[in-house]
Design a protein around this ligand. Structure first.
Ligand code: TXA
Ligand code: MG
Length: 362
């Protein structure tokens, strides 16, 4: 299949503001041009085609959430197991009612506070939402992304858009258009080229059908954030790593409730090991292991973030994995982040999975 690659980088919050609020003709022209391409992509979605698009977390691979054939093609293009439910993306919070008949005050409160943004709420689904979209579940994960391109695309498509991350199943999530092109060129109708993803790791997934609500996948929005907004405690699925360090045995043994969490996701081709401990000792151990391994002819990549640089770590993590794979390293040595910060915990969740839970504590 010929994939159409459409550059819509000109559509940003800034150009939109300049075009719509300040009526600048130059801004209006670039916005119009980008909107024309987004309209074309939206028409593809409406007719059952697949469109990859940027969001603030990672790029998504979209299909009409109500079109079972289109959704089936998403699984095929990604090579993804079909019991893994998709997140359904909407362009305005009021569209929640298309997907659920059971809106609760807590759902509305979280939508008010965090949308558009990196929060997915799992809620009970309307019958009309195909179970192919929800991987056989009677719940649906819903999110309103914080990206002008994504919002315009969904709005113009006129239907909620089911979209998993736009990578081949098992490879790192894409945070740049080039990652999507590498994985999906020739497999989907359209790839929208937008900005690099600002957040860099996937949205927080919270199960709003549980009492109290439960985090199924950690992200930038933490359990504490949600607890504060709702004024209740918010649980964390025991399948996710525990907060006071990493418990690989428990993480592997517990059956995750977000089915997507059970696969060896985010995997680089190279072997990967996480080294955890005091910052200076970690650095020393990494350089020791590096020369040891290079001594026996292995190519070694090092992933080290500043101790508290959680935002940068989240933003760059997946791209670094891809870069290392591309440069053909055999071994990745990664320094653990302090998991206590909410975002550190979310990045460590991905890092441990990428490493297949291999960790050295020093
Ligand atoms: O940031 C994101 O969420 C990105 C962008 C594109 O929006 N999307 C994304 O989708 O990460 P995906 O398919 O790669 O991950 C969806 C996760 C999986 O772990 C899946 O099991 C879980 O959300 N999930 C979706 N619907 C669910 C449901 N009804 N019940 C439980 N877990 C669900
Ligand atoms: Mg994914």
């Amino acid at each position: 299949m010929e994939t159409k690659i459409l550059d819509v980088r000109a559509l940003t919050e800034e150009t939109l503001r300049r075009a719509q609020v300040f009526c600048e003709p130059d801004a209006a022209r670039v916005v119009d041009d980008a909107m024309e391409k987004i309209r074309e992509a939206a028409a593809v979605l409406r007719s059952g085609g697949l469109v990859a698009f940027p969001t603030e977390t990672v790029y998504g691979l979209g299909a009409d959430a109500f079109n079972e054939d289109a959704v089936r093609r998403v699984y095929e293009a990604k090579g993804r197991p079909s019991d893994n439910p998709m997140i359904v993306h909407i362009a305005r919070a009021s569209d929640l009612s298309l997907l659920t008949a059971k809106l609760t005050p807590d759902i509305v409160r979280l939508a008010d506070e965090y949308w558009p943004g990196p929060l997915t709420m799992v809620i009970s689904k309307r019958e009309e939402v195909p179970i192919r979209t929800t991987g056989g579940l009677d719940t649906v994960g819903v999110r309103l992304p914080d990206s002008p391109v994504a919002i315009e695309l969904i709005r113009l498509a006129g239907t909620p858009i089911a979209a998993p991350s736009a990578n081949l199943s098992g490879s790192p999530s894409p945070t740049k258009a080039e990652h999507v092109i590498a994985d999906l060129d020739g497999k989907v109708e359209v790839i929208l080229v937008g900005p690099d993803s600002r957040v860099g790791i996937e949205s927080t997934v919270v199960d709003m059908t549980a009492h109290p609500p439960q985090i199924l996948r950690p992200g930038v929005i933490t359990a504490d954030d949600l607890a504060q907004t709702l004024d209740v405690t918010v649980g964390i699925d025991s399948a996710i790593l525990t907060d006071d360090g990493v418990d690989p045995a428990a993480a592997i043994a517990a059956a995750p409730r977000a089915p997507g969490m059970k696969y060896r996701h985010y995997a680089p081709k190279a072997e990967m090991v996480v080294i955890e401990g005091k910052q200076e000792r970690v650095r020393a151990e990494i350089s020791r292991l590096k020369s040891l391994n290079e001594g026996i002819g292995r190519r070694v990549g090092v992933m080290l973030f500043d101790e508290k640089a959680y935002t940068e770590a989240a933003r760059d993590f997946y791209a670094m994995l891809r870069d290392m794979d591309e440069s053909g390293v055999d071994l990745i040595l990664a320094g653990a982040l302090a998991a206590s910060g909410g975002l550190g915990f979310a990045v460590m969740n991905r890092m441990m999975k990428a490493a297949g839970y291999k960790i050295i504590r020093i």
